[in-house]
Design a protein around this ligand. Structure first.
Ligand SMILES: [Zn+2]
Length: 306
């Protein structure tokens, strides 16, 4: 069962139960198969969890556990249960890389257990704004510790850093580095061989996204392991070369938009481009996000008045 279907059916079932709308004698919905989830350790207790939505990063050591992002409630609960088993001292903190629902939708599963939820100030702002617009504020757990440039903290034998490099996927993205393990969670600043969402409504910029990936790659060594927020038919575990390849994809995407604007092409004409040369194997993480979608956003950014 795919994620969209799962979310749709489970929401409908939950609404029916809560509102008492299930007709008398209605058959109970068939038991849902639990989503497939995995914990994958990289090193020194740092790893990633896959389920549905953005990749969750985690750290488990003698001081307990820290999680990076929370997917949706159904898999967040499985992640919480697994981390509690791995870390008898419990889950101390949740960090959010950005506000999107497939990264913060499970925050409520962590909220009763963690001492703090940490995120960039714009992540908290957008999570609140979007939830207010959608009338879902009651289902949100929003960061109670925010920062603007960087935030660091020691946790057992690990030092954790969150750093903001300016706008990219949104205007509130954090790069989360586990310094001793030498693992960097890039959130949705990194899609492995997939067209990205570019959330211009929340301040995304392709031009600075290119620059920031290069800056992050420069802080890394050949041994650094990166975690991607999404990976279609690929692993979210990446190396520096993969990060730079995604920078090259974004560069090609923005250049296509700039060329179209400079030559007087319309957005619709640009969106007919069959492929970005050298990146033909990129696919969308969901049906909405495909090549015409990202080309349209590139056109929009390229046609902005300076
Ligand atoms: Zn996102």
């Amino acid at each position: 069962m795919n994620r969209r279907h799962f979310v749709a059916t489970s929401t409908a079932a939950a609404a029916g139960v809560v509102l008492g709308r299930l007709p008398l004698g209605a058959q109970a919905p068939a038991a849902q198969a639990p989503p497939i989830t995995t914990f994958n350790e990289i090193r020194r207790g740092v790893g990633y969890f896959t389920g549905q939505g953005g990749t969750i990063g985690y750290l488990v050591n003698a001081d307990g556990a820290v999680a990076v992002d929370s997917q949706f409630m159904n898999t967040a609960e499985l992640c919480v249960a697994g981390l509690k088993q791995l870390a008898p001292k419990g889950i101390a903190m949740l960090l959010n890389t950005h506000h999107h629902g497939d990264h913060t939708g499970g925050n409520m599963a962590f909220k009763p257990l963690v001492k703090r939820i940490v995120a960039h100030a714009n992540c908290a702002k957008w999570q609140r704004t979007v939830a207010e617009q959608a009338n879902t504020l009651a289902q949100q757990a929003i960061a109670d510790v925010t920062y603007t440039d960087s935030w660091t903290e020691s946790f057992g034998n690990e030092r954790i850093e969150m750093r903001h490099y300016g706008p990219g996927h949104t205007s509130g993205d954090s790069v989360v580095t586990f310094q001793q393990a030498n693992v960097i969670h890039l959130g949705d600043l990194m899609f492995n061989h997939a067209h990205p969402n570019i959330d211009r409504a929340a301040g995304a910029r392709i031009d600075n996204w290119i620059v920031l990936l290069e800056r992050v790659a420069k802080t890394a060594s050949a041994d650094t392991v990166f975690i991607a927020g999404h990976a279609m038919n690929q692993t979210p575990r990446m190396e520096r070369a993969g990060v730079l390849a995604f920078r090259d994809y974004l560069t090609a995407l923005l250049e296509a938009g700039r060329r179209a604007v400079a030559s007087g092409q319309s957005k619709e004409e640009l969106q007919k481009l069959p492929a970005l040369k050298g990146f033909e194997d990129y696919v969308g993480p969901n049906p909405r996000i495909n090549l015409p979608f990202v080309l349209g956003l590139s056109f929009d950014e390229a046609s902005e008045k300076k």
